[in-house]
Structures are given as C-alpha cells and as structure tokens.
Write a protein that binds this ligand. Structure first.
Ligand code: C2E
Ligand code: CA
Ligand code: CA
Ligand code: CA
Length: 278
C-alpha cells in the first residue's frame, strides 16, 4: 500500500507537470502570436424582436493554434487573463473593431458593434485612451460601438469601474451588462451606472417558456430594466418558442443559435449583408 501511495503521488506530480507544461506552452504560443492574424474575431448577429432584422453583432475572439485548429475562448481567455496578455490582445481587437466598423459604415451598413471587455482590461489598462485613439484613427462613428462587461467586473472595483464607464460613455459608446442575473449585484444598484443594455443570461433563456422560476426572473429583470430605461437583449436563444415568449414579455433584441452562430467575417457578410465574395 505504501508503495502504491508513492507511485500514485509520483503519477500525480508527473501529470501535474504535464498539465502545467501544456499551459505554459499555450501561454508562450499566445504570446508569440500576439499581433498576428492568429487572433481573429467571429461575428454573431443580434436581431430586433418582431421583424427579426439585423440590428447588431457581437464580436467574439477566436485563436488559431499551430495546426490551424480554432480554439474556443473558454480555453484561451483564462490564460490571456492570468498572464496579462489580454490587455495587448484587447487593444488589438479594439483597433480592428473600429476599422471594421468604419468599413461597414462606409458601405452603408449601420448596426451596433459589441466587443467584450474583461475585468483586467477595463480596470488595469488605459482603455479610455485606446478607445479614443482607435475611434479617431479609424474615423468610425462611435455611437454604434458597445462594450459588454459582466456584473462581477463592476463589483470588483466599483469606483474605478464607474469612472471608466463614465469616460467611455462620453466617447459615445453604449455599455451592456453581460450574463445578467448570474451575479450578485442588483439592478437597482447598477442603475447608478451609465448602463444602456442588459443581456439576460442564457441560463434563464434556456428554461423558457417552461420553467416557472425562469419566467418570473426574466419577467422581473425586463420590468425593472425598462423602468430604468435600459434595453434588454436575450442571449442564447435557440428555438421559436423562446422567441415567441420573449416577444410577448417585451424583450427588444435576440441573439442565439436560432438566428445565427458566431461566424467568420466573410460568412457574416455573405449571409447577413448580402456581400458577395469574388
Ligand atoms: P459571452 O460574452 O456570454 O458570449 C456568448 C457565448 O455564447 C459565445 O461563446 C457564443 O458562441 C455562445 N452562444 C451564443 N448563442 C448561443 C446559443 O444560442 N446557444 C448556446 N449554447 N451558446 C450560444 P464563445 O464565443 O465561446 O465565447 C465565450 C465567452 O468568451 C464569451 O461569453 C465572453 O465572456 C468571452 N469572450 C469572447 N470573446 C471575447 C473577447 O474578445 N474579449 C473578452 N474579454 N472576452 C471574450
Ligand atoms: Ca458577451
Ligand atoms: Ca453573454
Ligand atoms: Ca453567458
């Protein structure tokens, strides 16, 4: 048994070494490919309730590994965050986003462009200056720009978050609270912040229109948001029953696989903007 224990301990340390080695390699790869096209954005449509017309997109980070395989953000973003690389990547994405938005606007395509901003990026970087520079240099109309942040970002450093959001709003941007309902903050509290949009988390949408609790929660989120002049977007919409139900209770916008998955630029332009590829 003693021998067993020792072997097991050895196995675990070896396994842990392999795992941490893997993470370190991934981190090195992420660092080595900074600023290259290995980082790209996929676009997911947002549509208006009722007409189901395109009204915006969410830009979602994708990273391509050495073998050409696209890695999902849930593998990559935690490493970008813990290593601090998210600040450099985030800056790159802000510039790319403003340039892309300007291209669309020049071609007469006006819709909202939402970018996710992580805690570190909001609180520990010069995001206001970066955003200002990217808007000025690209010449895009910033009133179509949105940033998505989570409640936990706001709650982690209330003063600093408030200060940054006020400055970002002053640049013309709109601010969305992402994954709403999963954190511990109250909307009454958040109402003191410059918040324009609330995204109801997929966890609640998933259970609609069957689950009574999800119905109650979604209804009250919508009512409170509307009383505070905040728009509501439902995320993770996957079927027509959810759409119908959410329309009856007054959600303004939808996002989810039912309308479209996140997709590369060319696919998005072909399917949603009728841009033909040469
Ligand atoms: P999120 O902001 O909540 O993004 C929505 C996620 O839900 C996306 O996953 C999207 O593919 C997925 N989704 C959308 N509609 C549906 C649906 O109908 N059903 C289901 N099952 N899923 C749906 P993705 O692209 O893997 O992104 C995961 C998370 O990574 C995002 O969650 C966001 O927190 C983070 N993220 C993505 N891009 C960026 C970025 O550029 N910067 C930062 N800081 N975080 C990002
Ligand atoms: Ca988001
Ligand atoms: Ca979300
Ligand atoms: Ca979510």
């Amino acid at each position: 048994a003693k021998q067993d224990g020792r072997n097991q301990a050895k196995f675990f340390t070896q396994q842990m070494a392999v795992d941490s080695n893997k993470l370190l390699n991934l981190e090195n790869e992420l660092r080595r490919t900074l600023g290259t096209s290995r980082y790209t954005l996929f676009y997911q449509p947002k549509v208006l309730a009722g007409s189901h017309e395109l009204c915006g997109i969410e830009a979602l980070l994708r990273w391509t590994d050495d073998s050409g395989k696209i890695q999902p953000p849930n593998e990559v973003i935690p490493i970008l965050e813990s290593s601090g690389l998210i600040i450099d990547v985030g800056e790159q994405l802000i510039y790319e986003s403003c340039i892309q938005l300007k291209k669309w606007q020049d071609n007469g395509h006006y819709f909202n462009y939402a970018l996710n901003i992580s805690a570190r990026q909001l609180l520990n970087s010069n995001i206001v200056d970066t955003m200002h520079k990217a808007i000025t240099e690209s010449g895009c109309d910033p009133h179509y720009l949105e940033i998505e942040i989570t409640e936990s970002v706001v709650m982690s450093d209330v003063r600093s978050a408030f200060d940054k959001l006020v400055k970002l709003q002053a640049l013309g941007l709109r601010i969305a609270i992402d994954d709403f309902g999963t954190g511990y903050s109250s909307l009454a509290y958040l109402s003191r912040f410059p918040i324009h949009i609330l995204k109801v988390d997929r966890e609640f949408v998933k259970e609609l229109p069957m689950n009574k609790d999800s119905i109650t929660i979604t209804r009250s989120i919508i009512e409170l948001a509307h009383n505070l002049n905040i728009e509501v977007v439902a995320e993770g919409v996957e079927n027509i029953d959810q759409v119908k139900f959410l329309e009856t209770i007054g959600v303004e916008e939808f996002q989810g696989f039912y309308f479209g998955k996140p997709m590369p630029l060319a696919d998005f332009e072909r399917t949603w903007l009728n841009v033909s590829q040469m």
